[in-house]
Design a protein around this ligand. Structure first.
Ligand code: HEM
Length: 405
């Protein structure tokens, strides 16, 4: 491709531009209109923005995408090997039969009843967080509510000391740097390595010394299916992915959700008046501003997708946030409709890797929105411009100051 045409080339890589990151949806539309499946020479990957094509990728392509130690050495990134070693044991990056084995064992520990037992605790945490804000006219929705809530709930879910929740938050924020980002940053890599060492030691200790404490760590370490059990390394790796998955995305759902409501005050008023709308409202907020915008896969064989010829082993990025606004699937895709009925968005992924914590995320978001909207009869944006986190995949705000009454 000639350099001139490269400059005019529209690329997912443009998310690095803060203005585009602030509102990536016109870029996604432009990419989809050009071709719902296209080769991106900057990212060296196929980028998939159409709903049907993204569904095919999530259902049929390989999730085994962690670079091997040899590949990392070739790229000059061998210092990242310890991170890759943990990721290869996480269910998010595995194909069957390894994925099926892990997911079956993990499902025994992370049951619907375990999540439902957390509802009372989530409500208490919310009430305490809101009580602490009493008398304030301005709050930061991110640091005052959307970050501490999932961190405290994650501590309760895992069965570790509740007082350790700031540690869980720091580790999760640091590990999230390697998820969802295209760009490699050596300083951040060092931070991730240090925190990986700390959290691995912490969770090993929790397995060995607190094995009797009610929680996901104990249940994952003792889960058995057909005589099979997880190794300690597998428990640690999957506690890490659950801890990160449980915090960063839920923070973004509450933050992006309340931002969207403040930008659509009539719909916020309607939701406040009719909490029965909460289940469809949470789904629509997930579709409209997905906390996790895209994920990656590998083409499992030479194949055709959206009229393009893919070669076995090529990288593929499924942009769920673009698929969620595909006009071929959703009527008025850029419109916010908190009562939308046919809403099979892809924000939790689809198929074998469908989000393991979706039940908990939905519960936390519904309870949080209900508590916040009933506590404040007025809520509006206190500051512009907003600062979005630099992570291109995990879409969320650095802070969200709001005036409340
Ligand atoms: C709004 C909140 C959440 C969103 C938007 C979200 C999004 C996602 C997405 C898109 C995937 C699939 C990724 C892929 O296919 O490559 C996924 C998988 C996963 N999520 Fe979530 N997630 C959320 C909350 C949670 C929570 C609360 C937990 C746990 C406490 C969790 C744990 C996981 C795990 C363990 C996987 C891997 C499942 C597998 O590979 O089989 N997530 N999530």
């Amino acid at each position: 491709m000639a350099p001139g045409s490269l400059q005019r080339f529209t690329s997912l890589y443009q998310l690095l531009d803060p203005e585009i990151l602030a509102n990536p949806y016109p870029l996604y539309h432009a990419l989809r209109e050009r071709a719902p499946v296209h080769w991106d020479p900057y990212l060296h990957a196929w980028v998939v923005t159409g709903y049907e094509n993204a569904l095919t990728v999530l259902l049929h392509f390989s999730a085994d995408r962690t670079p091997s130690p040899q590949a990392l050495e070739e790229y000059g990134l061998s210092q990242l090997s310890p991170i890759a070693a943990v990721m290869t044991k996480q269910l998010l990056f595995m194909d069957p039969p390894g994925h099926t084995r892990l997911r079956t064992l993990a499902a025994q520990a992370f049951s619907v009843s375990r999540v439902e037992r957390l509802a009372g605790q989530i409500q208490t945490v919310l009430d305490d967080l809101l009580d602490n804000l009493a008398g304030r006219e301005t709050i930061d929705i991110i640091s005052d509510l959307a970050e501490p809530l999932p961190a405290i709930v994650t501590a309760a879910l895992l069965g570790v000391d509740m007082a350790d929740h700031p540690k869980l938050k720091t580790w999760s924020a640091s590990f999230a740097e390697v998820l969802g980002n295209f760009q490699h940053n050596p300083d951040r890599a060092l931070r991730v390595l240090n925190s990986l060492e700390e959290m691995t030691a912490y969770f090993r200790d929790a397995i060995r010394n607190h094995g009797g404490r009610d929680g996901l760590i104990r249940d994952l370490a003792s889960a058995r299916v057909n005589g099979e059990q997880l190794t300690e390394d597998e428990v640690v790796a999957n506690i890490i992915v659950t801890m990160v998955g449980g915090q960063e995305t839920t923070t973004n759902l509450i933050g992006n959700g309340l931002l969207t409501l403040m930008r659509n005050p009539h719909q916020m008023t309607a939701l406040r008046a009719d909490p029965g709308m909460l289940p469809t409202a949470v789904e629509e907020l997930l579709r409209y501003e997905p906390p996790s915008q895209h994920t990656a896969r590998i083409a499992p064989a030479d194949c055709s997708l959206g009229g393009q010829s893919l070669r076995k082993g090529q990288a593929v990025i499924a942009v769920m946030a673009a698929a969620n606004r595909d006009p071929a699937r959703f009527p008025d895709p850029d419109g916010l409709d908190l009562r939308r009925q046919d809403n099979r968005h892809l924000s939790f992924g689809w198929g074998a890797h469908f989000c393991f914590g979706a039940h908990l995320a939905r519960l936390e978001a519904r309870l949080a929105l209900r508590a916040i909207l009933s506590r404040y009869s007025e809520m509006s944006l206190a500051e512009r411009p907003l600062q979005w986190r630099e992570n291109l995949g995990l879409r969320g705000l650095v802070s969200l100051p709001a005036t409340v009454a």
